[in-house]
Design a protein around this ligand. Sequence first.
Ligand code: ZN
Length: 146
Amino acid sequence: MQEALWTAKLEKMSDLKYPWQQFVSDAFLASPESAPSRVNIAERAIAARLIEQTEPDMNERLALNDALRSLQVLIRETRTRGVHYHIRWAQIPLLDWESFNTRVDAEAAATILARIGEKYRIEEQGEGCQRCRDTAKAKSLPLARG
Ligand SMILES: [Zn+2]
């Protein structure tokens, strides 16, 4: 009930122009426990958009960049410190920054989301993880192709 209300509010607020934005708003509405997998779903929607034949126009590109940055902030806020897990995707390295609290979470997300047939492996990381540090440094992602 509550969640439906918030979804309606968010839709109104941000005026969802592109289909993938629904997944991004889902991620922000998710509970802390389900946020990591929701973020992953949102990223997969974004990644799927990026590999489509039709290139995003300038407005959509800005929206994509915005969404990726917001998701990075969200995942940093929801992640507990210490041991965590990354999914290393073979073909879409820009998604590697995402972290999971447990290996089971990472496996579950990877299994569900490896729908385009990418290979992946789960990596265990500790405090001072280089990948998370790189993420913190990267302010935006290169969305232009070619
Ligand atoms: Zn990490």
